[in-house]
Design a protein around this ligand. Structure first.
Ligand code: MV4
Length: 504
């Protein structure tokens, strides 16, 4: 078994995921290298790395998306490998090839596996051939769209309405149209083509039967270079808003042990069909009748990987690095089981009512603590949130033996969290985790839209951070056998210090 040496990793990313990867490097005795744009000179990922290199101006195209600059920094630093994180260059097959061509290790799947899954109609064909259930549909006569809207309509009539129009080159919901009424099909087809052309430079559109109110359930898979592939169970990511995930959990409250095994084995088949290596995720639509369909494969480590780490007791970044060194996976499927339940809330720097980004300086920052609470953050008190990048500032994850307890723990942790100076969606999360349908696990991808009347209302006075702080201050005012003390605003007088001085 030929294993490669990795002494230094360049992390081609920023924010919480760059910090997350650097933590794994430190634990494994590997040096980490940051790259940063002009506005990120003082960012947390730069402070966390062993060394750091500037790679250009704030717009990602001029820095984090510039493969040449990233690879040049890796060569200059003497790195052996590049970890791309998620987003940016993580799913660009050409980048993976360029990294390898420069004599560096790409910590991710083979470029051919990225390509095979990147084109959605090709992936559908490949998956069908591999015996993976995909949503019934039609890729068009030559597998790449239809000669005319009328030809597409004829196919749609055969599939049966409602249908979904999707961009062949797409993914993630761009260029997607739901068509319920055949009379509206031709106009919707033209609109989908236009959107696909604008977003991907390719106007090919294909058809699928629409699955109504599905759950988004995804399976984490892992492969090594020795032909082993395992599944690390599922995550339920149905709590989304406009294709942006907001809350994820593992395991899914909708998945039985039998369904878990069936979906897991299908995901392994999908990954094996493209010779997958490293961390990957197969996305499925889960219909209300329990049927499930492969949608697409994400060929990277995902934002929500921590909930899988919590329920498997594994460190997925350690595993990515081990597999990149050529090591065998240190377990088989039979060794793996689901331990308890985990929930993740994505904390966004955004106006919680209008859902607009809220850039600015973080003037106060208090992260929740306590048992089985994990906060993967990319910021610190005094940091600046810029408009140039994703507004996600941290991921709050809780674990407990049962789902109910994990949610109780999340609710408590959300009450401890304080972010000052910018707007966040913390109050939104505090509402969701105590909303009866969420607590019961009764939700699908329409949850936020369907509950917006209760979830997106302006904050009541008792829900604001100020109100929470006032409640804590009031609690501190009680004394034994007496009336409340006068509120204190200044520092504790020195004569009272013995009350809180450490004992022993
Ligand atoms: C669908 C679907 C229903 N039927 N396909 C949205 C993003 C893209 N990756 C796939 N998406 C969907 N495809 C068929 N045939 C419903 C969605 C969908 C969705 C999927 C996952 C998570 C959230 C979603 C929200 C709206 C629609």
């Amino acid at each position: 078994m030929s294993t490669k040496t990795i002494n230094k990793i360049l992390v081609a990313n920023r924010g919480e995921i760059a910090v997350r990867v650097m933590r794994a490097c430190k634990e494994m005795g590997i040096k980490s290298v940051a790259v940063y744009s002009d506005v990120d000179r003082g960012a947390l990922h730069v402070r966390t790395a062993d060394e750091a290199y500037p790679i250009g101006a704030a717009p990602a195209r001029e820095s984090y998306l510039d493969a040449g600059k990233v690879i040049a920094a890796a060569k200059q630093a003497g790195a052996d490998a590049i970890h791309p994180g998620y987003g940016f260059l993580s799913e660009k097959a050409d980048f993976a090839r360029a990294v390898e061509a420069a004599g560096l290790i790409f910590i991710g799947p083979p470029a051919d596996a990225i390509d095979a899954m990147g084109d959605k109609t090709r992936a559908r064909q490949k998956m069908t051939a591999a015996g993976v259930p995909v949503v019934p549909g039609d890729n068009g006569p030559a597998g790449r769209g239809f000669p005319s809207a009328e030809a597409a309509l004829e196919s749609a009539q055969k599939i049966g309405f409602p249908v979904m129009l999707k961009a062949s080159a797409g993914g993630g919901g761009k260029g997607m149209r739901l068509v319920e009424d055949p009379a509206k099909f031709v106009a919707a087809y033209a609109g989908a083509q236009r959107e696909a052309k604008a977003a991907f430079g390719d106007d090919a559109v294909y058809l699928e039967k629409a699955v109504i109110k599905p759950r988004h359930v995804e399976i984490q898979v892992f492969g090594d270079t020795h032909g082993n592939v395992v599944y690390l169970f599922e995550r339920d990511c149905s709590i989304q808003r406009r294709h942006q995930k907001v809350i994820e959990e593992a395991p899914s409250p909708a998945v039985t042990p039998e369904l878990r095994k069936a979906m897991g084995e299908v995901a392994v088949r999908a990954a094996a069909a493209v010779n997958y290596v490293g961390a990957g995720t197969c996305e499925f639509l889960l219909a209300s009748d329990g049927s499930f369909y492969f949608l697409e494969m994400n060929t990277r480590l995902q934002v929500e990987h921590p909930v899988t780490e919590m329920i498997t007791q594994l460190d997925l970044v350690h595993l990515q690095i081990a597999v990149a060194r050529g090591e065998k996976l240190p377990f088989t499927q039979a060794d793996l089981k689901v331990h308890g339940a985990a929930v993740e809330c994505r904390i966004y720097a955004e106006d919680p009512i209008r859902f607009l980004p809220s850039p600015g300086k973080i003037t106060q920052y208090r992260q929740p603590q306590g048992p089985y609470v994990r906060d993967d953050s990319g910021i610190f008190e005094g940091a600046e949130i810029s408009v140039y990048y994703d507004p996600m500032i941290s991921k709050l994850i809780t674990w407990a033996p049962t789902r109910q307890e994990a949610i109780d723990r999340m609710s408590r942790a959300l009450l401890e969290y304080r972010v000052g100076g910018i707007k966040t969606n913390l109050a939104f999360h505090r509402r969701v985790v105590n909303e009866p349908d969420f607590r019961a696990g009764h939700y699908d991808t329409s949850y936020i839209e369907g509950h917006k009347a209760t979830l997106a209302q302006p904050l009541t006075l008792d829900e604001s951070d100020d109100a929470l702080d006032a409640a804590l201050a009031a609690a501190a005012m009680h004394v034994l056998d007496g009336s409340p003390e006068a509120p204190t605003t200044g520092s504790t007088p020195s004569t009272e210090r013995s009350n809180w001085q450490r004992q022993g």
